[in-house]
Design a protein around this ligand. Structure first.
Ligand code: HEM
Length: 513
């Protein structure tokens, strides 16, 4: 049995690993069960000042104020700087950091495996309840309930699995190729193309077509419409919802523009989803035996075994949000990072030039360097770089030598896992070749798609899009380079990190020569 010591500033698990870190000669010993009783309370609601004094996690390294207040963390969260702030804390305090009175961040592989374990996963934390639009049911992404999530995931998984995606390869090919064509047109007229815009249109069209049977036709329209404007606000609004949940709830009655704007945006997104699903439902009704297949077709037919209309709607919304900016931001950073380094670009251009004209995804999966470029982009520019918060199960547990009470929020963030200098040599350098002989540690700490039972369901679709768009782009533009048109420079590509990442300048200009 573990024992726990009280040393004046908190309780500590006395595992051997723990003793390697701390000297507890002055502590008094107490049974783990007695301590658990002290800890079993609702950490999610425990915001008051006494948390700092009584906290069993007060001995965990971190800035002094994190013991008392959430304010500094929330300030960075609202500014889109949370991942960078937490990384600075890891650099200063080590792999285990207390970031607020009831949140601890880890950056070790052992902690990531424990928290995101397949066998005994930690549930998603209350953060996901707050991120949810309260008027909608939970979806496969934000559900914190094991059974509810498992039911949705089981029904959604097959059509989006690697083997079934063969059926939709044509959609991905058509949209990626059209995106490159539109990029070429913009390069001719403007002198450079904003690839961020075109990759966003591509990813939005792909997930729209695969969810609703019809694309949003963003690539054809070629301009930022209200839907894209709304999509672009989702990240920032999610941080508003998690920070000011009550204010958001009563936003319609308050004369505060940003909160009113939040509600109007979320209502519009819901309407797009509802109307698009309605259109598809009519198509299925008109031709029940031969509807255009989507990732949701089987759900409409599943009857009582399936999901209700409201559940389908909420999952469809999860797909169109989670499946667009993630892929497009990754593709944007990939294009920029490759174009900045002529040696990397040359090697990639030569590899994709070797493809047959009628190349398909099977060919792309075999291209070593192309896949290393994608892995390295997902390492350095992970689209969801911030902590993925989870709740410590009832009864608590030990992680990396520290006792974590039940109900506490713990997280790992890709931004830090992917920058550990002990695992990745020269971590800030974009170096796809590092994946040629990747160590086990590199593979274990690489988690751009999250982990365990909540791993990204769209991972294979995203990779298929990234492979096609990258190959087509560098086959078409072997001399592509970063443009300085309209004063575009590296500062524009600084990472702003809400739940998802995007470049500070909100554009990425590339020219063909
Ligand atoms: C490069 C592209 C992508 C990246 C980097 C990415 C990243 C992630 C990450 C890190 C998670 C875990 C979130 C968490 O634990 O809170 C996640 C979950 C999820 N992603 Fe993605 N994603 C990408 C593309 C997509 C696409 C194309 C879809 C389209 C369906 C999608 C749909 C989802 C959904 C529904 C979940 C929730 C899964 C669950 O909890 O069971 N993602 N993604």
């Amino acid at each position: 049995m573990f024992e726990v010591q009280y040393s004046g500033n908190g309780y500590h698990c006395t595992s051997p690993a723990y003793f390697n870190r701390r000297n507890h000669s002055s502590g008094t010993t107490t049974s783990v069960f007695a301590v658990r009783r002290l800890r079993e309370r609702d950490w999610r609601k425990d915001r008051h000042i006494f948390v700092g004094i009584r906290s069993p996690i007060s001995s965990i390294p971190g800035p002094w104020y994190s013991q008392w207040t959430f304010i500094v963390l929330q300030y960075h969260w609202l500014r889109g700087q949370r991942a960078l702030y937490v990384e600075r804390l890891h650099q200063k305090y080590g792999p285990v950091v207390r970031i607020s009175p009831n949140e601890v961040e880890f950056s070790s592989i052992t902690a990531a495996k424990r928290i995101h374990s397949h066998r005994a996963p930690f549930p998603k934390a209350v953060f996901y309840d707050k991120i949810r639009i309260q008027s909608m049911l939970p979806n496969v992404f934000n559900s914190t309930d094991f059974d509810y999530h498992a039911r949705h995931r089981r029904l959604l998984s097959a059509p989006i699995s690697q083997s079934h995606l063969k059926a939709v390869e044509g959609v991905v090919k058509a949209r990626a190729d059209l995106a490159v064509q539109r990029i070429r047109e913009e390069m001719k007229t403007r002198g450079a193309a904003d690839v961020l815009k075109w990759w966003q249109f591509m990813a939005t069209d792909v997930i729209g077509e695969l969810t609703f049977g019809d694309s949003f036709r963003m690539l054809e329209q070629g301009r930022v419409n209200q839907y894209i404007k709304d999509l672009n606000m989702v990240g920032m609004f999610a941080s508003l919802r998690t920070t000011f949940p009550t204010t958001v709830k009563f936003a319609s009655y308050l004369p505060i523009p940003i909160f009113r704007n939040h509600n109007a945006t979320m209502d519009r997104l819901r309407s797009y989803t509802r109307e698009s699903l309605q259109r598809y439902r009519s198509l299925v009704a008109a031709d029940p035996w031969n509807p255009k297949p989507t990732l949701f077709t089987n759900l409409f037919r599943a009857g009582e075994e399936g999901l209700s209309q409201d559940e389908i709607e909420t999952d469809a919304q999860a797909y169109i949000v989670a499946g667009s900016d993630t892929t497009s931001q990754t593709m944007t950073y990939l294009t920029w990072a490759v174009c900045r380094d002529s040696a990397i670009k040359q090697r990639l251009v030569e590899e994709v030039a070797s493809l047959p004209d009628d190349y398909i995804d099977d060919h792309l999966m075999k291209l070593h360097y192309l896949n290393q470029v994608i892995e390295e982009t997902l390492r350095l520019y992970a689209a969801a770089p911030s902590g993925l918060p989870r709740e410590v199960p009832k009864g608590g547990c030990e992680i990396d030598g520290y006792w974590m009470p039940g109900g506490l929020t713990v997280a790992t963030q890709a931004y830090s896992m992917h920058r550990n200098p002990a695992i990745y040599i020269d971590p800030e350098r974009f170096n796809p070749s590092r994946w040629e002989n990747a160590s086990k540690e590199m593979k274990d700490s690489w988690m751009p798609f999250g982990g365990g039972s909540r791993t990204c369901i769209g991972m294979h679709l995203a990779k298929m899009e990234l492979r096609r768009a990258t190959a087509e782009f560098f086959r078409t533009f072997p001399y592509a380079r970063v443009s300085s048109l309209e004063s575009f420079d590296d500062a524009d590509m600084e990472q702003v990190t809400y739940f998802l990442v995007y470049p500070k300048g909100k554009k990425c200009l590339i020219q063909a020569s």
